[in-house]
Structure formats: structure tokens, C-alpha cells
Write a protein that binds this ligand. Structure first.
Ligand SMILES: Cc1cc2nc3c(=O)[nH]c(=O)nc-3n(C[C@H](O)[C@H](O)[C@H](O)COP(=O)(O)O)c2cc1C
Length: 362
């Protein structure tokens, strides 16, 4: 019998049926991805310590030890200071420009107080506390975007926790491998969320050449089985996907946003630093467009820009104003056209990839 072309070393390393990692913020999507034979990684960067502990336990009850948690831990966040304290340091020109955008587009005020997320980018103490929960809970896989502090590598290794580093350049990949990452996610320009300037098709083989025995997982723009097949041909051991799950039946994304995503194509996304201060790919929306104007003041650095954006985003989301809202979405969104159960998405990705790969050799 011929071998399954999808049975890669990633499947063996993570004990999964198909080499697909599902990145999601939604617990139900994560659990469904596990049931379908993929590997779920829950994005918890913006969650409080209590929420992280709750989510880890919820997921572990359903999937055992086959899951990961992702945090965003920028290397250069302030040492201390609450989000409210940092907010006081936002300069007047940027504050005034944000007010102007809110007036111009009639952005409703948030229903409650503006929620200033405590995340690893705000201060290093929050990052350390978030990490500690994952270490204490012995989360089987920890994934980190935008870098990770040194102690995490040692402490994860001591506990047998696998460390997965998301990188956007070959230089970053080499650095994270030298520091002890067990796997790297080569995340191309096409990707949703924080992303660098090199496309997936160029980045993946470049990192594969430098990674030695460390499995490289391709990310960015992967929304069909043909993308999965191509990623394996580029030398990746599997794929890491985000956009494709946003419109799934189990997903908790606002139905208004789901509809916009289903109707969107790659060119409806933009790569902007105006949300967090670091470049990220999202659906086009007025806030990002306004900061492009020549009279706009300079975009603030992380975490200040994210604090500044919070009021606009919360107002838009609370009022469910589709014209003002946005979401992190990758360029492969053109192929996301139907709201399907997670299991069908996994089957479609795997089925088409097998067919594509078998047709190459058959
Ligand atoms: C809504 C959304 C939010 C994201 N948030 C994070 C995050 O908090 N941490 C992170 O490491 N990656 C985040 N990402 C990026 C994903 O981990 C992944 O690299 C990306 O979605 C892959 O590209 P794709 O969307 O084209 O599949 C996010 C992606 C999406 C779609």
C-alpha cells in the first residue's frame, strides 16, 4: 500500500493524523480541530491570568495533552506600568488624531469603560505571569510570537514542554533555534496578524535550509489543500493556519465579521502598524486608512499605539458597525467562502492535499 503523503514527522512529533496546526482564540474551534485529527493552539495573549488557567483546564479536559497555547511576548516591552499608566504617556498629537477619526466616522463610544488589555507587550511582569501559568499547568506546547524571554527556553525544556517559535525572517529562525526552540513556524507576509515582509513561498524553503533537524511549519495564506501540498513540497513538516477557522461554524467571531470575511479577497486585507505599533495584516478599515494621510502624526510604538486604538475598536465592536470593524485576516481569505464545521475544513484541506500530491506522482 502506498504511504500517506500527509504522514509527516510533525504528525509523529505531535501525535496527530494530519500535519495541520489550528491557531484559534476560540476554545470550541480548538476542541473540534483536535477531534478532526489536527493540533489546536489556543491564542491567549490578551487573556488575564484567571482566563488562561480556566481555558487551559477546559481544553485539557477535552483533548488531554494534545494542545498548545500561544502568547505574544515582545522582547522590548516596558519593564512595568499598567495599561492605564502607559495610556497617560500617549502624546497629545496622536491622542487628538484618534479623536478626529472617531468624530469623522461617528464611532460610537464603547458601552463600558475602555478595556485596556494586560498583555505581554504592556509590561514584562505581565509576560512573566502569563508564562508562569503555562509552566505551572505544564501546557504541552507553548508557542510564542514576536520573541520570548530567555528563561522560558530553559524552564520549558526542564518540564518537557515543547517550544514553538513564530518567526517572520530567516535571521529570527536561526536565532530561535540557537536558543532552543523545538520547532519554528515560518510565517510569511501573506499571514493574518503580526507578520514580516517576506512572502511564505520565499520564507519557508529559506528557513528549511537553515533549520537542520528542527521541523519547520509553514504559515501565511494557507487556506486550501493545494497550499498544504505546496508547503510540504517546500520542505515544511506541516502547516500553521489561522484565517481558515475564523468563519467555521464553531467559531465565536461576530457573525457580521464572519460575513465580511466570507465576502473578502486577499486585496481586501492590509498590512498596517496602526493597531499595535507593529506590522499586522487585517481587513481594511477606516482607522488604518486615516493614519496613511500625510497630515497624520507618526504611529506610536508598541504598546502605546495599541492602547490608543482600544477605544475605537471597542466602540466599533460594541456597536457592531461592520464598516468600522476589522479582524486579523490573511491573504488566502479569497478561498474562505463557506461557513463550514471545523471537521469539514480539516477534511477538505487534507483531502485536497492528498489528491494534489498523489496526482504529482501518479
Ligand atoms: C484573528 C487572528 C488573530 C491572531 N492573533 C495571533 C496571536 O495572538 N498570536 C500569534 O502568535 N499569532 C496570531 N495570529 C497569527 C496566526 O498565529 C497565524 O500565524 C496566521 O493566522 C497564519 O496565517 P493565515 O491566517 O493566513 O493562515 C492571529 C491570526 C488571526 C487570524
Amino acid at each position: 500500500m502506498s504511504q500517506d503523503p500527509l504522514s509527516t514527522r510533525l504528525c509523529r512529533a505531535l501525535q496527530i493524523d494530519v500535519p495541520i496546526i489550528c491557531f484559534t482564540h476560540c476554545r470550541e474551534v480548538a476542541a473540534a480541530a483536535h477531534r478532526a485529527g489536527a493540533f489546536p493552539v489556543l491564542g491567549e495573549a490578551l487573556r488575564s491570568m484567571e482566563e488562561i488557567e480556566r481555558d487551559v483546564r477546559w481544553l485539557r479536559d477535552r483533548v488531554g495533552d494534545q494542545f498548545g497555547v500561544d502568547l505574544v511576548l515582545p522582547a522590548r516591552s516596558p519593564r512595568e506600568g499598567s495599561a492605564a499608566e502607559l495610556a497617560a504617556d500617549i502624546p497629545e498629537p496622536q491622542r487628538e488624531f484618534a479623536n478626529r477619526i472617531e468624530r469623522k466616522f461617528n464611532v460610537p463610544a464603547p458601552l463600558g469603560d475602555v478595556e485596556l488589555h494586560q498583555w505581554g507587550g504592556n509590561n514584562q511582569k505581565v509576560a512573566r505571569d502569563q508564562i508562569q501559568i503555562l509552566l505551572d499547568e505544564k501546557v504541552p506546547v507553548i508557542a510564542t510570537g514576536l520573541g520570548a524571554p530567555d528563561f522560558l527556553f530553559d524552564e520549558a525544556a526542564e518540564r518537557g514542554i515543547k517550544l514553538v517559535a513564530l518567526v517572520g525572517s530567516t535571521r529570527q529562525a536561526v536565532r530561535q533555534i540557537e536558543r532552543g526552540a523545538d520547532m519554528v513556524v515560518a510565517q510569511g507576509y501573506d499571514a493574518a496578524g503580526h507578520t514580516g515582509g517576506v512572502g511564505t513561498f520565499s520564507l519557508v524553503p529559506e528557513i528549511v535550509e537553515r533549520a537542520g533537524d528542527i521541523p519547520v511549519i509553514a504559515a501565511g495564506g494557507i487556506t486550501t489543500g493545494r497550499h498544504l501540498a505546496a508547503a510540504l513540497c517546500l520542505g515544511a513538516a506541516g502547516v500553521w493556519t489561522g484565517t481558515v477557522w475564523l468563519t467555521s461554524e464553531e467559531s465565536d467571531v461576530d457573525p457580521i465579521m464572519k460575513k465580511r470575511i466570507l465576502d473578502s479577497a486577499g486585496e481586501d486585507t492590509t498590512r498596517t502598524n496602526t493597531i499595535s505599533g507593529k506590522t499586522m495584516r487585517v481587513l481594511r478599515f477606516p482607522w488604518a486608512d486615516e493614519w496613511e494621510h500625510p497630515e497624520a502624526p507618526p504611529v506610536l510604538k508598541s504598546p502605546y499605539q495599541m492602547i490608543l486604538t482600544s477605544k475605537y475598536l471597542q466602540g466599533a465592536n460594541d456597536a457592531r458597525r461592520a464598516d468600522l470593524m476589522t479582524e486579523a485576516v490573511g491573504q488566502g481569505v479569497s478561498f474562505v467562502q463557506e461557513a463550514l464545521p471545523v471537521a469539514d475544513i480539516v477534511d477538505d484541506l487534507a483531502g485536497q492535499a492528498r489528491q494534489t500530491l498523489n496526482s504529482l506522482v501518479g
